[in-house]
Design a protein around this ligand. Structure first.
Ligand SMILES: Cc1cc2nc3c(=O)[nH]c(=O)nc-3n(C[C@H](O)[C@H](O)[C@H](O)COP(=O)(O)OP(=O)(O)OC[C@H]3O[C@@H](n4cnc5c(N)ncnc54)[C@H](O)[C@@H]3O)c2cc1C
Length: 290
């Protein structure tokens, strides 16, 4: 089912993002976690496409499995990195033949450790706008999502330029947007307001990442440049040597964050699960219990 059809019948979606497991042990672990998460009856799940295009076949295998064996509404991520137009067309057609109708189309980042930033592949795409426009023209009957950055994409000159580029991307054929994760809801709501003023009408689904370990703090902030509210940061610093207290602080924060987002009208929640289920299940069950 296309997400656009789901959007017609539900005001809020709850969705989970996975990355392809790197080996058999990780695959077994993921299977157990997916087993816990599908009991929550997600609106859809999505599978990332590894940085630098490193997981192509594992992404395809996992979306095939989730869509055709487990029966979930599944979104396949795909990026411009290392892909010519003709290879992109072949890949998207392969995914369509597997029955995939939902795509999250991104520019992508180079592999970790790469000395250079994003370099377009000769005969490929310079940004997600070009990829989305191409997919829209060549792939029938599909639903396309794009990435959005409430705290501005790190390579953008400023928030205004980033918003103009986002508008071009949506006009190229996006049906929905999912945001980079953030911890300050005001940033999300300001962003949505600015997007609406810029003429962007599609759903902007907030991306949520529960912070459950102190060691995640630096990684998450570096990855997304997300600002962390001072009171939460204080709490994390106070408990930095107490893993259980950090977990509880992270859960308290995530539950409050999700509750506020929904109360103030966010069209759902998209959880970056990191292939684990415990935190997401706890948050979801707490939200639904009230
Ligand atoms: C929800 C979500 C899921 C993600 N999943 C993956 C994944 O599976 N695999 C992966 O490798 N990465 C993934 N990423 C990370 C993403 O690839 C990086 O953030 C990347 O740096 C930007 O991708 P984008 O599609 O947002 O790029 P773009 O929309 O192309 O934006 C990149 C830069 O180009 C600018 N830009 C955009 N359009 C134009 C235009 N028409 N003209 C000029 N400039 C333009 C933007 O302002 C921005 O500065 C994900 C990000 C999000 C938010």
């Amino acid at each position: 089912m296309k997400l656009t059809d789901i959007f017609q019948v539900t005001e809020r979606t709850f969705s989970f993002e996975f990355f392809p497991p790197r080996d058999e042990i990780a695959a077994v672990d993921l299977g157990i976690n997916i087993g816990q998460l599908i009991r929550l009856n997600p609106s859809f799940v999505s599978v990332t496409y590894g940085a630098g295009g490193s997981t192509r076949s594992r992404t395809f295998d996992l979306v095939d499995f989730l869509k055709n064996r487990v029966g979930l509404n599944t979104v396949a991520h795909y990026t411009c990195v290392g892909n010519t137009r003709s290879k992109t067309l072949r890949d998207l057609r392969t995914l369509r033949k597997l029955g995939l109708q939902n795509f999250m189309l991104l520019r992508g980042d180079p592999q970790a450790g790469s000395r250079y930033g994003f370099i377009p592949c000769p005969g490929g795409f310079s940004n997600a706008t070009e990829l989305i426009s191409y997919a829209r023209k060549h792939i029938d009957d599909c639903c396309i999502g794009g990435g959005a950055y409430p705290e501005v994409h790190p390579e953008s000159l400023n928030a205004e330029v980033d918003m103009q580029n986002l508008k071009k991307k949506v006009d190229a054929g996006c049906d929905f947007l999912i945001t980079q994760f953030f911890f300050d809801n005001e940033r999300y709501f300001d962003f949505v307001e600015r997007a609406r003023k810029a003429g962007i009408k599609c759903r902007i689904i907030p991306g949520i990442i529960p912070l459950t370990k102190y060691t995640q703090l630096e990684r998450f902030v570096n990855l997304s440049r997300a600002s962390i509210p001072a009171a939460f940061l204080d709490r994390l610093e106070r408990y930095r040597h107490n893993p259980e207290a950090i977990y509880n602080a992270g859960m308290d924060f995530a539950i409050r964050q999700c509750r506020d987002l929904l109360m103030l009208g966010a069209p759902g929640l998209h959880f970056y699960t990191l292939n684990k289920s415990r935190a997401t299940v706890e948050i979801y069950q707490t939200l639904m219990a009230r």
